[in-house]
Design a binder for this molecule. Structure first.
Ligand code: NAD
Length: 502
């Protein structure tokens, strides 16, 4: 244990966190052994307001810095993230309990988005359109918004922050970050690396702020009219609170909320590939990804065969300290997550489900304060109530179907709409699934699982997932405001639509 504290301090220090600043009312508990590691400051609503003021004060100078120059700061951040990848990944493990390759993968995403945003800094394109009037030019220009408030969840404690921040900074915005109050250490390290990049590239110091605070502090950020965009990642419950509050003051909101992701497995699927894709998506990260596979909708003719294979694969999953080589499933974040899982399993049984494998707590003697579980597969008689909810733990519900139309109907009949996939070798089935009549999610895949998105595409989902898009493609537009410009160089004053006036 003392080893873990020392290693944590060393990683924080390597990333540039001032260890002397580590005291206060928030406790950083690690889910690996469930013990408290360090204390960090807990910022008040007043501190949040101050952070917003600082970010707002830094905005004009940053706005007026040419975008490709802003890109250089993000580029440097990416280089530092690459240099300290292992230290930061270790802190992600300590915060969220991820296995080493997934923790390093999270940091890799941050490096990737910095590269992406650097390129984007030269491509904040506006369109020009033909004007209906002679001697006129019609075009649009994109301008920064101002202060962007970023709220993040525990399970990806740093990558979504970087998706937001890399794009927001090249767009010319300044940011105030409220990381999850239960995953603060990797956040402090991420912020310290950005501070170094800012200093080395001569950017205004105030362009990034971090506040360590709970829901109440989060509300202070959400309600602050100086925060032009609130980008919030977390549960649908959180989004339901944040969305209306921001709308009330006509702020912009980008919501990345819960998922209840499904894969349809056709009778024409490659079952070996499906098995691997489904196992990673369902059991990886101990079921704690927003894109985790939670529903497997399998053609009735291959359902037994596939579930047998999956059950056998689940029995080989190594569960334990996520830092150890060969471990594939780390801990749940806390007791509440474990209880949530047990409640869902009990409800599933009540609703006619049969637990085919897993569900039990393991390693309790070794780690009485941590919560390791066997990922579960539950055969359901239909899409009952519990199946329509997101339980943030490794439970995979298996449902069967007869026709693809029925499968798509089941697939879309949940309130969430984040990620989806179909496993099939039949092009017609794949295309139908990707068409407007197919998956209603923000992410729809073929022959890969629901999790593990690349940063190049826009990330986000529909319905109760919130509708936001982050990361690649044209997600940068969410961090800017569009102005439509009409320039008259004709010397005449023809009015649009042929209107006559003086
Ligand atoms: P959570 O909703 O409990 O907390 C998320 C963040 O919101 C935290 O920083 C929290 O302090 C803050 N918060 C909560 N209520 C708030 C309020 N009223 N005002 C302001 N801030 C508030 O979520 P969690 O348990 O940390 O994360 C798991 C959830 O996040 C899951 O539902 C998961 O699907 C979702 N998630 C979604 C995505 C995505 O991109 N769609 C990514 C990661 C996680």
């Amino acid at each position: 244990m003392s080893d873990l504290i020392e290693q944590t301090k060393a990683a924080l220090e390597a990333c540039g966190v001032d260890l002397a600043s580590l005291s206060g009312d928030l406790t950083a508990r690690n889910p690996i052994d469930g013990k408290d590691l360090l204390n960090v400051p807990k910022h008040s609503g007043h501190d949040v307001a101050e952070a917003v003021e600082k970010a707002e004060a830094a905005f004009p100078a940053w706005r007026d810095t040419p975008a490709p120059v802003r890109g250089q700061t993000v580029k440097r951040w990416g280089e530092l993230l690459a240099e300290y990848k292992k230290d930061l990944a270790f802190l992600v493990q300590v915060d969220a309990g991820k296995i080493t390759s997934e923790a390093e993968g999270e940091v890799q995403e941050m490096i990737d988005i910095c590269e992406f945003a650097l390129g984007q800094s030269r491509m904040l394109y506006g369109k020009t359109m033909p004007s209906e009037r002679p001697g006129h030019r019609l075009m649009e220009t994109w301008h920064p918004l101002g202060v962007v408030g970023i709220i993040t969840a525990f399970n990806f404690p740093v990558a979504p922050y970087s998706w937001n921040t890399a794009n927001a900074l090249v767009a010319g915005d300044t940011v105030v970050w409220k990381p999850s109050e239960i995953a603060t250490l990797s956040a402090l390290a991420t912020d310290a690396l950005l501070a170094r990049a800012v200093k080395e590239t001569g950017a205004p110091e105030g362009i990034h702020q971090i506040v360590l605070t709970d829901r109440e502090g989060g509300e202070a950020l959400v309600d602050n009219p100086k925060v032009k965009l609130v980008s919030a990642t977390g549960s649908t419950r959180m989004g339901r609170e944040v969305g209306p509050r921001v709308a009330q003051r006509f702020g912009k909101c980008l919501l990345e909320l819960g998922g209840n992701n499904a894969a349809i497995v056709s009778d024409k699927a490659d079952l070996e590939l499906t098995l691997r894709g489904a196992a990673f998506s369902a059991a990886g990260t101990a079921g704690q990804r927003c894109t985790t596979l939670r529903r497997l909708i399998v053609h009735e003719s291959v359902a037994d065969q596939l579930t047998e294979k999956l059950v056998a694969a689940y029995k080989t999953l190594s569960i334990g300290d996520p830092r150890e080589e060969g471990i594939l499933v780390g801990p749940l974040i806390h007791e509440g997550a474990y209880e949530g899982m047990q409640k869902a399993l009990a409800a599933a049984k009540d609703q006619g489900g049969e637990v085919l494998v897993g569900g039990s707590r393991v390693l309790e003697d070794e780690y009485p304060d941590a919560f390791y579980v066997e990922p579960a597969i539950v055969k359901m008689p239909g899409q009952t109530e519990v199946v329509t909810q997101e339980t943030f733990a490794p439970i995979l519900y298996v449902l069967t179907y007869k026709t693809l139309d029925e499968a798509i109907e089941l697939h879309n009949s949940v309130p969430q709409g984040l990620s989806s996939s179909i496993f099939t070798e039949d092009q017609r089935e794949a295309e139908l699934f990707l068409s407007a009549a197919g998956s209603d999610c923000g992410i729809a895949n073929v022959n890969i699982g629901t999790s593990g998105a690349e940063i190049g595409g826009a990330f986000g989902g529909e319905k109760e997932t919130g509708g936001g898009r982050e990361s690649g493609s044209d997600a940068w537009k969410a961090y800017m405001r569009r102005a439509t410009n009409t320039v008259n160089y004709s010397g005449e004053l023809p009015l649009a639509q042929g209107v006559e006036f003086i």
